[in-house]
Design a protein around this ligand. Structure first.
Ligand SMILES: Cc1ncc(COP(=O)(O)O)c(C=O)c1O
Length: 385
């Protein structure tokens, strides 16, 4: 129950499904394949760096826009991996996770009455932040079975009120990686209609097989209109440290920092120092990281084939969608409740990530950022249904 004096604009904000399902998982002592974080620790060498920084008295406020070494490390890999040159003083802002970068960016841009286009299923914070800012989310469905969008559906939403296009690539929950052709289509609409694009790329390093992550900011006409957001929590499996960043041209960065200065002001110092160090060693770190997740993806996929939940093979992220067999006679919310209460496995019902289509009701989202033992235990429970 909300306090009766709560602001009107928060009345429509639901409790995040991740908190709901994780609480149910604890209550029923269930295997948690729901919330998107690893159930194993991040690399010891990064933790050691943070510890050393703490012991070296790096414990006071960091600069508002982030420690110099972390901003330099972000600029370094953007230049090397993507050919994007970012000015460390005027174009990179370190935030408390990608979550704060999203909040600051959307709050900085959306006025009441503005519209923001987003793909559904969406990441729930994208929708919530637009609502909190008094804006209106508009949804473009990524349709089953291959999770593509129809340009005519996008065109129907074009209006002078649209200010933002919010993209998540690689995509949570679908595991979709947008192709160059798809991104070019989106870029042409953004340029033609003068939209700002917020591109949430927290799974930028988790692509599989021949899928290539292409930041939309690298396409012609996009660098000057794109805010690219990422998260060291996802990249290094240390989600609890909440260190993310936004890379954007100077005027957009100035707008983001206006919100950031009075939201968190600065992000924890030892963690930033450690992450600056870690991002400088991506070349060494990434092959094993990617290999580990590709193996977990295959393990979950192959295990699911023995049961009745048909998996959609993801090309990115650490999520997998599965189809609910129609003869179970349950939608995703009913089945997720049954699974956690009667079968001891927590999953996410994705219909909460849709604003217009009902396609989500026929699927479940599983997370494979889990130890092999957790995956095995979860699979055993899913296969017995
Ligand atoms: C698409 C997406 N964006 C942002 C976040 C939040 O990132 P952070 O933990 O860095 O705040 C998540 C976490 O699950 C996510 O899946």
């Amino acid at each position: 129950m909300l306090h009766p004096k709560s602001a009107a604009r928060i009345q429509t904000i639901p409790e995040t499904i991740f908190a709901t399902m994780s609480a149910l998982a604890v209550e029923h002592n269930a295997v948690n394949l729901g919330q998107g974080f690893p159930d194993f620790d991040g690399p010891g060498w990064i933790i050691e760096e943070a510890y050393q920084a703490m012991k070296a008295a790096k414990n006071q406020y960091a600069p508002l826009h982030g420690t110099r070494t972390l901003r330099e490390a972000v600029a370094g890999y953007y230049a090397k991996s993507y050919g994007i040159e970012a000015d460390t003083e005027r174009e990179i802002t370190v935030t408390s996770g990608a979550t704060e970068a999203l909040y600051a960016s959307i709050t900085a841009l959306i006025d009441p009455g503005d519209e923001a286009l987003m793909f559904e299923p969406f990441y729930d914070a994208h929708q919530a932040n637009v609502l909190l800012a008094g804006g209106t989310p508009k949804y473009i469905t990524l349709h089953k079975p291959d999770f593509t969008f129809r340009t005519e559906e996008l065109e129907r939403l074009i209006s002078p009120n649209v200010k933002l296009l919010i993209l998540n690539n690689p995509q949570n929950p679908l595991g979709k990686v947008f192709t160059r052709e798809e991104l070019e289509t989106l870029a042409s609409y953004a340029v033609e209609n003068d939209w700002i694009v917020i591109s949430d790329e927290v799974y930028e390093f988790l692509t599989y097989d021949d899928a290539e992550h292409i930041p939309i900011a690298t396409l012609p006409g996009m660098r000057e209109r794109t805010i690219t957001i990422s998260s060291t929590g996802k990249t290094f499996g240390l989600t609890g440290w909440k260190i993310g960043y936004a890379v954007a041209p100077p005027e957009l960065t100035a707008a983001i920092r206006k919100v950031h200065q009075f939201t968190t002001f600065a992000v924890n110092t030892p963690g930033q120092i450690a992450m600056g160090h870690a991002l400088g060693r991506l070349d060494k770190y990434l092959p094993e990281f990617r290999e580990q997740y590709a193996r977990k993806r295959n393990m979950l996929h192959n295990g699911l084939l023995k049961g009745q939940f048909a998996p959609h093979m993801p090309r990115g992220s650490y999520f997998m969608m599965v189809d609910i067999p129609s003869d179970l006679g349950m939608n995703d919310v009913e089945l997720a409740q049954t699974l956690v209460k009667q079968h001891g496995v927590a999953v996410i019902p994705p219909s909460v990530f849709y604003g217009s289509s009902d396609e989500g009701g026929s699927m479940l989202r599983l997370c494979f950022a889990k130890t092999d033992a957790t995956l095995q235990a979860g699979l055993e429970k899913l296969v017995e249904v």
